[in-house]
Write a protein that binds this ligand. Structure first.
Ligand code: HSE
Length: 431
């Protein structure tokens, strides 16, 4: 009779007996992430497989890189990289071309593809997924969103768990790092951004992080994955974190919350509504506790209530580990057809009704109740009002208001600017 112990021993024996499989990778791109993939491929060990970089595609062989390129089979020719007959193509070039052409070429040859490229997926996801489905070839992109948290693949295999009706999250590590540094160390925006770049979190062009473009592309990937909605990034309302002041962060903390770089969307009514940007997050919301380079996502599921994932969202090694796990998964899946969700393309995206955290600035706010009273009279439900503080030679005050539409809050703030000479800056509030 087999006991559990004997079964375990048999399993051990089987894995000892089978030689590790070599997985040959064509690595497209040798920047921060590509170099980390090459380095980790060399050092990571597992009983079942070994990685070998069969070719590494670069644009400029002479460029200084985090890894010594002379130890790798470099090529400047994408077609030649595919001709090495790799088991898996890893695309970490970033950007749209030549990434799109090479991924399509690999899929046409039935070579599984792993990519971390959210720009590519946001812009051409429909075309790439269709090409993968046509040839029953894996196209995995776990590292494109929440790079260090393997959740997309789990949901792809589970159609009931992935019946999601709304989501909110923090998906840009650089922005979260910047706001957290500004709040904790009173660092200036520029210093915090510099630190994020030095740690390898920021995109090569950091305006993609701080202006919300990176987060918007990731939201598009999430919307396709969980809502079956294909939406162009340009249709999503977005605000960058650049306008947040250290005193906003102080006040948010005194209100018991925090300002975080949020993405949120819901599509229960059919038409999606979404926003990307800094938002006041009440302490009752789990995203209020996600700081530094950490990312998180809260999914409202139809059958299992709210589920929450968090972990590191950026960084070369974190991303490389997820990419290489996708490589192993791609080999394991082979020609298994993916579970596909029907996708519809939308040509507009609403903005949701949310609460608001409003900064008021004026030469004289000595009657601390006056501006909040005006907002109340205009139908904006005022929940909290901060004391008036003197900053940068002017008076500042913050108001936390209940849910209302963009149009409503902006019309009320226009009145305030005209009648009370206040300058205002509203950011969304979620709880
Ligand atoms: N620049 C991105 C971020 C990297 O900061 O989140 C991971 O996609």
């Amino acid at each position: 009779m087999s006991t559990v112990a004997s079964l375990v021993r048999e399993e051990d024996a089987a894995s000892v007996a089978a030689p590790p499989r070599d997985i040959r990778i064509a690595l497209l791109g040798l920047g921060q992430v590509g170099s980390a993939v090459a380095a980790l491929a060399r050092t990571s060990t597992h009983a079942s497989h070994r990685f070998a970089v069969a070719s590494a595609l670069v644009r400029s062989p002479e460029r200084v890189r985090p890894i010594d390129p002379s130890t790798l089979p470099l090529t400047m020719d994408g077609a030649a990289a595919l001709d090495t007959r790799p088991d898996v193509v890893v695309e970490v070039l970033g950007g749209l071309e030549p990434a799109r052409t090479l991924v399509l070429a690999a899929l046409a040859r039935r070579i599984p593809v792993v990519t971390a490229n959210k720009s590519l997926l946001a812009a051409h996801g429909d075309e790439l997924i269709a090409a993968a489905a046509r040839t029953s070839t894996p196209l995995l992109h776990e590292a494109a969103v929440l790079a260090g948290v393997p959740f997309l693949g789990t949901f792809s295999r589970r159609p009931l768990a992935s019946d999601v009706t709304a989501l909110s999250g923090i998906v840009n590590g650089t922005s979260n790092f910047i706001l957290s540094r500004m709040a904790a160390d009173r660092a200036g925006f520029r210093q915090a951004l510099l630190d994020a770049q030095q740690a390898g979190y920021a995109e090569p062009e950091p305006s993609k992080d701080v202006d919300g473009d990176d987060a918007t592309e990731k939201l598009c990937v999430l919307l396709r994955h969980f809502a079956g909605i294909s939406v162009a990034p340009a249709l999503i309302d977005r605000t960058g974190v650049g306008g947040v002041e250290p005193c906003d962060l102080e006040c948010a903390s005194s209100f018991g919350g925090a300002i975080r770089p949020i993405v949120a969307a819901e599509w229960e009514s059919g038409t999606p509504s979404a926003f990307v940007g800094p938002a006041f997050v009440a302490s009752s919301h789990p995203l209020s506790r996600i700081d530094g380079v950490q990312n998180a996502i809260s999914l409202r599921t139809r059958w299992s209530g709210d589920v929450f994932f968090s972990g590191p969202g950026a960084g070369p090694t974190v991303t490389a580990a997820t990419v290489l796990d996708d490589v192993v998964e791609a080999v394991r899946l082979g020609g298994t057809p993916p579970l596909l969700r029907a996708t519809r393309t939308v040509t507009s995206c609403d903005v949701p009704v949310t609460g608001w955290f409003i900064r008021l600035v004026a030469d004289d706010l000595s009657d601390a109740q006056r501006a909040p009273a005006t907002l109340t009279r205009l139908g904006v439900r005022v929940r909290r009002v901060s004391p008036v503080v003197e900053r940068y030679g002017q008076q500042r005050q913050w108001v936390l208001a209940g849910p209302c539409t963009d149009a409503h809050v902006r019309a009320a703030l226009d009145v305030l600017e005209t009648t009370a000479g206040c300058r205002t800056r509203p950011i969304r509030a979620i709880e």
